[in-house]
Design a protein around this ligand. Structure first.
Ligand SMILES: Cc1cc2nc3c(=O)[nH]c(=O)nc-3n(C[C@H](O)[C@H](O)[C@H](O)COP(=O)(O)OP(=O)(O)OC[C@H]3O[C@@H](n4cnc5c(N)ncnc54)[C@H](O)[C@@H]3O)c2cc1C
Length: 376
């Protein structure tokens, strides 16, 4: 029976653990935290019965039939279509920018996509090359919307000017020429009953899987015999694995300030963004929009998000310095593959990936390695 070690009980680690265990391997999963599910972890707020995410709202969405078929095995899913508003002055505009938000912002009544395109064509900056987030937004919607929605938000979120940020950051939020107010347009959008905590608990519930929480890999390995594992999957931070030999990769973090309010709802949608510098936070999340509370309550729970450089490593900072450093770490990581050590997931690959990507990549890696093993 092959023996597998997995560092990290987030979705990447849990998917690999479940796949290997189901294929008959013996799997040990370590996590330094006191809970499983990684950053997707959530819990029921005792007082209100509202499900609250510990590390920021997590909303599942995917176009992948493979991922959807896979996750369906471990939970009953309730449909949830996310909507986001952005507060600009006294107005609340729909995000991503669409026909409704352009009409509201410019106080127009453009009837359709064609009219919106014609209108924005006059606003757009004609740039020869699109490199930064700033270039991208200016070339799509022009200065007014850029200033109102993106410039200060980026400054607060990343502590960088959007001219320093890769265009890829903003491209996650493309402009729409219709009135679709949903934040995501993926085919499958849903939340697991019992939360992501319940989902990952079920994934790891297998007689071949041993889960060891509150165990930091680096402290643990000092006395462990790693040679007894046939394969090791590491989902922690890639630079930490190499003891920061080339320097630290930058991460942006968030400080979550949770508040209970004695009112039915605090805001109209699950998320409202606050780009203005008048507010020190970037977003307010209201959890009651995601799951109905388990108790009948007239109160609600929100969290305000304050970006910071300290704390949990959440967002890789996509700028040149980090790309260069990452390449050096990736070269080292690649050399370890012939010893059966693989770097996986958000921290292991230093990329912002959604939950469905984390699962898809873990499924793909499992398929690739087991196919290779069966060919030997
Ligand atoms: C604020 C925020 C909001 C998000 N919202 C969404 C969303 O709405 N929809 C979506 O699809 N995705 C969202 N994501 C992305 C989502 O969190 C990731 O796709 C997912 O968590 C990736 O899973 P992972 O297993 O790769 O990483 P993680 O969940 O980070 O898991 C890694 C695990 O490794 C453990 N670990 C690290 N180092 C060690 C060590 N030395 N020893 C032992 N254990 C270790 C950590 O404790 C952690 O549990 C969001 C991310 C953030 C930061």
């Amino acid at each position: 029976m092959p023996s597998i070690l997995i560092i990290g009980a987030g979705l990447s680690g849990a998917t690999l653990a479940e796949r290997y265990a189901s294929a008959g391997a013996k799997v040990l999963v370590l996590d330094k935290r006191s809970h499983l599910a990684g950053n997707c972890f959530d819990h029921l707020d005792q007082e209100t019965g509202i499900r609250v995410s510990n590390y920021g709202a997590h909303l599942f969405h995917t176009n992948s039939q493979e991922v959807w078929d896979y996750v369906k095995q471990f939970a009953t899913w309730r449909p949830y279509q996310h909507q986001v508003l952005v507060k600009v002055g006294e107005k609340l505009l729909n995000l991503p920018i669409n026909l409704n938000s352009v009409n509201q912002f410019f106080e127009l009544s453009l009837p359709d996509a064609e009219a919106m395109k014609k209108f924005l064509a006059k606003k757009r900056h004609k740039l020869a090359k699109i490199q930064s987030s700033q270039d991208y937004v200016l070339s799509m919607v022009g200065s007014e919307l850029y200033e109102a929605i993106f410039a200060n938000y980026s400054q607060k979120q990343w502590a960088l000017d959007p001219s320093e940020l890769d265009a890829s950051v903003i491209k996650r939020n493309p402009i729409r020429y219709n009135r679709d107010n949903r934040y995501f347009t993926d085919r499958y959008q849903a939340l697991p009953e019992g939360g992501f905590e319940g989902l990952v608990t079920k994934m790891l519930k297998h007689p071949n899987i041993k889960l060891q929480l509150e165990t930091d890999f680096f402290a643990w390995k000092a006395t462990a015999d790693l040679s007894k594992f046939d394969q090791i999957f590491y989902t922690g931070a890639i630079d930490q694995y190499f003891d920061y030999a080339y320097g630290h990769l930058e991460y942006r973090s968030l400080d979550f300030h949770f508040e209970r309010h004695n009112q039915e709802f605090y805001q109209a949608t699950g998320a409202v963004n606050y780009p203005s510098l008048d507010y020190p936070f970037t977003r307010i999340i209201e959890y009651k929009h995601f799951y109905p509370p388990t108790k009948s309550v007239s109160s609600t729970v929100i969290s305000k998000e304050y970006p910071t450089w300290d704390g949990e490593p959440y967002y890789p900072v996509p700028r040149q310095r980090n790309h260069d450093l990452l390449q050096k770490y990736q070269r080292e990581a690649k050399k370890l593959e012939n010893q059966g050590i693989y770097f996986v997931g958000r921290l292991g690959t230093y990329r912002y990936i959604n939950m469905d990507q984390a699962i898809a990549e873990a499924l793909r890696l499992f398929a690739k390695l087991t196919k290779k093993a069966s060919e030997i």
